[in-house]
Design a protein around this ligand. Structure first.
Ligand code: DLL
Length: 440
């Protein structure tokens, strides 16, 4: 690929000097501090750090004077505690799993949404997407950002977007064939599932499809898995990182060289810190990604602890972009599980168990692969009284747990009822989760 062929949405900003980026970040950070001061939450937190005005931020490094924000803070601020504009300015909300039943919610003004869509469009164009693409979005529409936030960015780029949402693989394949889909957006596990479905299908073969690229994210995956999917489907696969707290997918994205994800540093400040000391790691070292959003008025989020572990890739990218690249994520510092792209905290499951009569003292969570998809099983000890009851009572308890859990975590667990005292009791810190999925 020649230099002239490298695609950009906004070449000036994407290749801006580091000095320009630092200036934009300083202005953006001051704006976010000003927005933060409009909320009780940040006014109080800033005061504890001696910050009372945006003018207290003199250089980009002054970000280190600012407090951290955690998922727990978002839970405490639910539903509107972090709103920095009049409620009538909000045009949409999105949400992700909280550590308990309270979700993590974000609010967006129309301008915030426009900027989020522009960020997504920029990411798609960096991956070589164009207005001629037919993009099928196989991520769930609704509170999850992978549906709508991706969708609006793809539309802004001018592509024809097919909002099939997740699941219904046969219909996905028919649409891909009939509308000549060239790009798809799906989790890595769903890409594998799609490949298996094509192999098995008597109706549709790979030769019927015009697919050239897939955008994937929402769950960790390895370079080996990417290569496997690329080989099987005969396409290029691009890694995309995001989280609902930061407006969803596309905050970091791979360009056509596919060697790490550029973080859009005019819109986000990314720090990589030692999760214990919260001090910066040496250049290129692995640590927790801490993000500050610069492009949102409705809800400032400063030094948000993502709990995701990664590192900056040292050196320049061949594409000429000056925005630094993140390496693949190697894990998290908390116990969040990502099951078929959905975030699940063991504490959410525990919450349902604790409030249900008839449930005993011990439980165990197992995550496994079933074919290419993930499967969640919750083994639950019940009380001796319930265990002695007849099968109808036990089945009703099982159904109730299943319904309440799937309402909370949005995926269907298998519930295995166990006899009192039958699950292993750990000495010391209870081990209640076993992730048996092979690390790819
Ligand atoms: O997963 C947003 C998204 C949608 C990203 C579509 C990419 C594509 P949440 O549900 O809030 O938002 O989950 C965010 O998912 O903190 C990571 O732990 C994980 N994650 C997201 N993308 C990647 C990725 C969306 N490319 C959480 N690699 C994050 C590894 C990822 N982990």
């Amino acid at each position: 690929m020649t230099k002239a062929e490298i695609p950009f949405r906004d070449i000036a900003i994407e290749t801006a000097s580091r000095e320009t980026i630092a200036r934009i970040q300083l202005e953006g950070l001051r704006r976010q501090v000003a927005q933060g001061l409009k909320t009780d939450f940040y006014r109080k937190r800033f005061a504890e750090c001696g910050i009372s005005s945006p003018e207290d931020i003199g250089t980009p490094d002054d970000i280190r004077k600012l407090p951290f924000t955690t998922k727990g803070d978002l839970r405490d601020a639910y539903p509107f505690g972090l709103l920095a504009v009049p409620k009538s300015e909000v045009v949409r909300i999105h949400a992700s799993s909280g550590t308990t039943g309270t979700p993590t919610v974000i609010y967006l003004t129309q301008k915030d949404l426009d900027r989020a869509s522009d960020t997504m469009a920029r990411s798609l164009m960096a991956a070589g997407g164009t207005k001629d693409d037919v993009i099928q979005n196989m991520m769930t529409y609704g509170l999850f950002t992978g549906g709508l936030c991706f969708h609006y960015g793809a539309e802004l780029m001018g592509a024809m977007v097919i909002p099939t949402s997740a699941g219904n693989t046969l219909r996905q394949l028919r649409f891909m064939k009939d509308f000549g889909t060239t790009m798809i957006h799906a989790t890595p596990s769903y890409l594998l599932h799609l490949h298996a479905a094509i192999e098995e299908s008597e109706e549709i073969s790979r030769g019927d499809l015009r697919l050239r690229k897939a955008i994937t994210g929402a769950e960790p995956h390895s370079e080996e898995l990417r290569r496997k999917i690329e080989g099987k489907l005969g396409i290029e696969v691009y890694n995309c990182y995001g989280m609902s707290e930061m407006n969803g997918p596309g905050l970091a994205f791979e360009c056509v060289f596919r060697s790490g994800m550029h973080v859009w540093e005019d819109r986000f400040i990314a720090e990589i810190l030692d999760p214990d000391t919260l001090e910066p790691v040496p250049e290129g070292g692995t640590g927790e990604l801490v993000l500050t959003i610069l492009c949102r008025d409705a809800m400032p989020l400063i030094r948000y602890r993502t709990r995701d572990l990664t590192r900056f890739i040292v050196g320049e990218c061949e594409c000429g972009r000056t925005h630094r690249r993140l390496a693949r994520f190697t894990g998290r510092t908390d116990d969040m599980l990502i099951i078929n792209g959905v975030n699940v905290f063991p504490s959410q499951i525990e919450e349902v168990l604790l409030r249900t009569n008839g449930v005993g003292a011990n439980y165990f969570i197992v995550v496994e692969k079933e074919g290419v998809l993930d499967r969640l099983t919750v083994q639950v000890e019940i009380t001796p009284e319930t265990f002695a009851d007849d099968a109808r009572v036990i089945n009703a308890l099982r159904d109730r747990l299943k319904a309440e859990m799937s309402a909370l975590i949005t995926i269907n667990p298998a519930i295995e009822i166990r006899e009192p005292g039958s699950l292993p009791v750990s000495e010391g810190k209870a081990k209640r989760v076993e992730d048996r999925r092979p690390r790819e």
